[in-house]
Design a protein around this ligand. Structure first.
Ligand SMILES: CC(C)(COP(=O)(O)OP(=O)(O)OC[C@H]1O[C@@H](n2cnc3c(N)ncnc32)[C@H](O)[C@@H]1OP(=O)(O)O)[C@@H](O)C(=O)NCCC(=O)NCCS
Length: 140
């Protein structure tokens, strides 16, 4: 049975990094197994929900937010062995619980757009972004 947990106190950081290594998450830090930087970033986060298969983290998502007006969703990942079982949907539901009044935003990874449509997200007509380097997601 998959268990969902909120908060950072219970996080097994090695297991979280293993997940992001598999899914190439957290702007490339997962692939580099950069535990220290991932931990620092996650500890500065408004809310984090993790999905567990026994003692292994197989899904995670986090919310950067002021808790009043806006919430930005990042680092949504479900381990490839566990995808298409409803875990991603449950992670987002848990993340939004109690914060349903916020204006939520996110940038969808290529290929994941349909997942967000199914959760009620829509394309934004005027989203702008500035990255610290080049990105295949930015238009010229
Ligand atoms: C995208 C991702 C988070 C979806 O998680 P998941 O646990 O597989 O999704 P769920 O099983 O909860 O899917 C919910 C619904 O969306 C659909 N769905 C999920 N991923 C989809 C995809 N890539 N394309 C089309 N539909 C998709 C499911 O079929 C399901 O539809 P249903 O309700 O009609 O049965 C997961 O595939 C993932 O981590 N991918 C790699 C990293 C990534 O792309 N992250 C997104 C960063 S923005």
């Amino acid at each position: 049975m998959i268990e969902y947990k909120t908060g950072t106190e219970i996080i097994n950081w090695e297991s979280l990094v293993d997940l992001y290594f598999e899914t190439d998450g957290v702007i490339g830090l997962g692939r580099e197994r950069d535990l220290a930087t991932i931990k620092k970033a996650f500890l500065n986060t408004y809310k984090i929900v993790t999905a567990w298969d026994a003692d292994k983290i197989i899904g995670a998502v986090r919310l950067l937010s002021d808790g009043v007006c806006y919430g930005w969703i990042h680092d949504m990942s479900v381990h490839p062995d566990f995808q298409k079982k409803g875990i991603g949907q449950e992670l987002i539901n848990e993340l939004m619980k109690g914060d349903e009044n916020l204006l939520f935003g996110l940038t969808a990874a290529f290929g994941s757009e349909e997942f967000y449509y199914k959760l009620g997200f829509k394309r934004h007509k005027s989203v702008m972004a500035k990255y610290p380097g080049e990105s295949i997601y930015l238009e010229d």
